[in-house]
Design a protein around this ligand. Sequence first.
Ligand SMILES: NC(=O)CC[C@H](N)C(=O)O
Length: 394
Amino acid sequence: MLLSLKGAFPPAILALADGTVFQGNSIGATGATTGEVVFNTSMSGYQEILTDPSYCQQIVTLTYPHIGNYGVNLEDIEADKIHAAGLIIKDLPQLASNFRKTATLNEYLVAGKTVAIANIDTRKLTRHLRTHGAQNGCILGLAEGETVTQALIDKAIAAAKAAPSMSGLDLAKVVSVKQTYEWNQTEWKLGAGYGVQITPRFHVVAYDFGVKKNILRMIAQRGARITVVPAQTPAADVLKLKPDGIFLANGPGDPEPCDYAISAVKELIETGIPTFGICLGHQIMALASGAKTFKMKFGHHGANHPVKDLDNGRVSITSQNHGFAVDEKSLPANLRPTHISLFDNTLQGLARTDKPAFCFQGHPEASPGPHDISYLFDRFTALMEKHKTENKNA
Ligand SMILES: NC(=O)CC[C@H](N)C(=O)O
C-alpha cells in the first residue's frame, strides 16, 4: 500500500487568478511562485517535464495521481535545471524506487528551489482548467510550523492576479543559451547510457529557443554533429557555419513576439537548406511563412495524444506540450497541413511545398512519451542526404 505523506509536510496554498483556492502540502521549496497553471496527462516522466524549458513560467499539474514513485536520477533531464515554475500533484508516495534513483522528487524540488503542492484534488483542478481555460495561479509553500490564514490566501490570490499573461510573452530569448556550443551526445541505451556521435555525416545548426536535450540526441543519433546557437542569432551567422540542415527548437512563451527568429527563419528557408521545426520551432516556421498563431483554451500537454498523418492516414500516439497553435485558416498556398490532432482537429504538422522545410507541433523526441512519431527525424535526415547529394552534383 502507498502511504500518503500528508502529515510530514507543511501546508501549501494554490490560488488561481479567478479566486479558486486549494489547500494541500508543500513538497518543494518554501515560498511563492506564480505562472500559468496547465495540466499534463502523462503517467510518468515528471523529471523530463520539470526540466523542459518550454514550461518556463508555467505551473504544471500532473493528472496521474501518484507522482514520485521512481524518484529522480542524473540522466532523465531535458535541461540542466528545473524550468517549470511549480508543480501540483495529488499524492507523493512514501516509497521511491528505481535502480537509477539518486534522490526523491521532494529532495529534487527543494534542491531546485521549486515550489510544489501535493494532496490537492487534481481532478477537480483539471476540470476547472478545462472548463474555464488555463489561467494564472500562485503556489504558496509555507515554512515548517506556519499555518494557513485568510491573509495568506488573499496574498496568493493577489499574486496570481498580478502574474503576466502568457499571450505576448517572448520567453524564447530568456531561456535560450547565450553562447554557441557543440553537441554530439546520442540516445540513451539500457546498460550503456548516452552515446557519442563520433562519425557525423551532417552538420546541423540548431536554434535554441529552449531546446530539449533529447531532440539534440535524436538528431545526433542519425549522423549529425550539432552547433547550437542562441535564439537571436541572425541568419547570416548561421549560413557562415555551412549547415547541411537547420533545426528550430521547442521553447516557452508566445511565438508571435519572436520577430528576430521569424525574420531569420524566413531568410534561411529561402536558401533551400533543409529545415525542421518542433513545437515553438513549428510555430515560428509557420509565422515565417505567413501563417498566424493563436492561444488555445488549455492547450495540449500529455503523452497520449492521437495525431493523424494526412499523407497516409496513419495515427500516432504522441507527446504534446503547447498552449499556442497555428491557425489552419491562415495558411498560405505554399504551406501544406501534414498532421492533425484527433483530439480537436487542430494543426499538428506542416510542410512547405516550395522548399525542403517541415515542422511538427507535438514532440517526436518524446521524453517523456511514446516514440511513434520519431520517423520525423528520419525525414529530416533524408532531406539533408538529398540536399547534400544534389549540392555535390551541382
Ligand atoms: N513546447 C513548446 O515548444 C511550446 C511552444 C509554445 N510555447 C506553446 O506553448 O505553444
